[in-house]
Write a protein that binds this ligand. Sequence first.
Ligand SMILES: [Zn+2]
Ligand SMILES: [Zn+2]
Length: 157
Amino acid sequence: MNTKFDIESDKGNKTSAIRDIMEDSGYKLTEQRQIIADYFLKSAEHLNAKDIYNDLKGLNIGLATIYRTVNILKEIGVLKEVVVDKLSYYELKIYTQKPSHIHFKCAKCNDIIDISKNTEKYLQLIQTLKNEQEVTIWDINTTLTGICKNCREGDNA
Ligand SMILES: [Zn+2]
Ligand SMILES: [Zn+2]
């Protein structure tokens, strides 16, 4: 189960905020890029370029445009990239209530789940490492792999 958040209420504002961020960074929010940005604003999922391509089929957006757009959105800080098994997934980085979280990937259904509850000790450990190693940490990219609850229950049935 993914963390859901309510963003539908002022999606229009968020789209125009993303447009501002893009233009400030020297990019244009073309119609196709806007569709892709809106798609992320509506989803709490972790999506890879092919998922987006399949979901937006019929809207005439090429895979190359999707790759380029998610890269731009990542570069300007709108999306966060999560790399699992050498595949890049993207999730919304701004406008989400999600705290720093760990990812879990199910090896059976390929679902990526956010683990953000009871992670205080983990975050503390990172804080300790940060202090001990005297480094600045920008991002946390930890992915655990295994079998999700749904797939485990399916196995037992
Ligand atoms: Zn699963
Ligand atoms: Zn996540």
